[in-house]
Design a protein around this ligand. Structure first.
Ligand code: HEM
Length: 387
């Protein structure tokens, strides 16, 4: 009998054959192991994303949710509360705030690559993507230098879950509590001494006399640190995996760097880190002959929708000139990723710098170990060759 367990090592190793069976034979599937429905076809996922009244985020959007997050921040609220929060936050994420961080981030990327320039191989995760994305978050929020390493460690732990119990273990919960406490103190300090950073932008952001509450700022910063460090670093690693697994794509990007933005979009479609998020059904929905009841959770398998042949011709081919409009790499609907501009820019700078320094960068045979998470899929390390 067919099983789909988003926590299983088989799914971690290669989810795509599972997705194929889901789309073709069980387009609405009840996963006993995950205790939720799974939607896997592109069209069904898009329908769900555009109907937040039926498919609510207010009970949490992570496959294994953190305590006190549901109903409290962007990814875990429905309109109208969500829209008000999003507008206030969006107002602070200006082009100026991004321009401010990209030049120092590029210099940091160069320095990390310079540090491994003499090596034949290096670990793309620990020696590049984890460091560079941390730099970015540090610049965005003006985090004090002495806090950086501990913030990174806690952010990485927060997004993980215990694969045995399928819940957050004590170490994950403790990391989350640490982060909530840390951001609480940071907000208080920054209120006394505001600057040009994004956190200061959240404090001053105002629409029609309304401002973000301290608790909202604190949870938003916690979420953004998590998204910035883990989603971005995980995705950047998957992007580099896609490029190094396809040397012809790498050569095309080296020959013509103007193709890099299209390669970033194709990687978000082809093999991305943010594989699945969840929603909670609010009214009875009958689909493909089965009925979901109010209160049921449903997994939106973005990674599967992105490989749906009903939407993308030859979906299993990584084609950097494809320009896959409407891919689900950043989700969609009211909850579409808020960090798209930062993410795209950060990845563009990273790929430009990596390919300038290492035009022959290549994959090294390795038994990849994946981060224990049912939402995100990214390797804990990725060895690459430099020549
Ligand atoms: C390439 C890296 C990234 C990927 C692949 C990614 C992917 C996603 C996806 C798929 C969602 C939708 C979640 C859902 O459907 O429930 C999302 C939401 C979100 N992302 Fe990202 N993300 C990335 C980077 C970032 C960054 C750098 C930030 C901010 C610093 C960010 C902030 C957010 C926020 C705040 C939301 C919730 C938006 C809302 O609910 O209105 N993301 N992201």
């Amino acid at each position: 009998m067919f099983k789909f367990d988003p926590f299983s090592p088989e799914v971690d190793a290669n989810p795509f054959p599972f997705y194929q069976v889901l789309r073709d034979e069980h387009p609405l599937f009840w996963s006993e192991e995950a205790n939720m429905w799974v939607l896997s076809r592109y069209e069904d996922i898009v329908t769900a994303l555009n109907d937040w009244e039926t498919y609510s985020s207010a009970q949490g959007n992570l496959m294994t949710e953190l305590p006190n997050r549901a109903g409290a921040t962007l990814g875990t609220t429905d309109p109208p509360r969500h829209d008000r929060l999003r507008a206030l936050i969006q107002k602070a994420v200006t082009k100026r705030a991004l321009d401010h961080v990209m030049e120092p981030a590029r210099q940091a990327a160069k320095a990390h690559l310079q540090a491994v320039a003499d090596k034949d191989q290096f670990d793309f995760v620990s020696e590049f993507s984890a460091r560079y994305t941390l730099d970015l978050i540090v610049y965005l929020f003006a985090l004090p230098a002495e806090d950086q390493e501990i913030v990174r460690q806690k952010a990485v732990l927060m997004v993980q879950s215990d694969p045995e119990t399928r819940t957050k273990g004590p170490e994950h919960l403790a990391a989350y509590e640490w982060m909530v406490d840390y951001t609480d103190k940071l907000v208080a300090k920054r209120k006394q001494n505001p600057g040009e950073d994004l956190l200061s932008g959240f404090i001053t952001s105002e629409i029609d006399g309304e401002k973000l509450l301290d608790r909202e700022i604190q949870l938003t910063v916690t979420t953004l640190i998590m998204a910035g460090i883990e989603s971005l670093s995980g995705y950047m690693t998957m992007l580099m995996k896609n490029i190094t697994d396809h040397p012809e794509a790498r050569d095309a990007l080296v020959a013509d760097p103007s193709k890099i933005p299209a390669a970033i979009e194709e990687s978000l479609r082809f093999n991305t880190s943010a594989q699945r998020f969840r929603r909670c059904v609010q009214k009875e929905v009958t689909l493909h002959g089965q009925t979901m009841k109010p209160g049921d959770f449903v997994c939106l398998a973005y990674g599967s929708g992105n490989r749906d042949e009903r939407q993308f011709p030859n979906p299993d081919v990584y084609d950097v000139s494809r320009n896959p409009k409407g891919h689900l790499g950043f989700g969609g609907g009211v909850h579409a990723c808020l960090g798209t501009a930062i993410a795209r820019l950060a990845c563009k700078v990273a790929v430009e710098e990596v390919l300038t320094q290492f035009p022959n960068i290549g994959a090294v045979d390795q038994d990849l170990r994946w981060m224990p998470s049912s939402t995100f899929r990214s390797p804990l390390s990725l060895l690459v060759s430099t020549r």
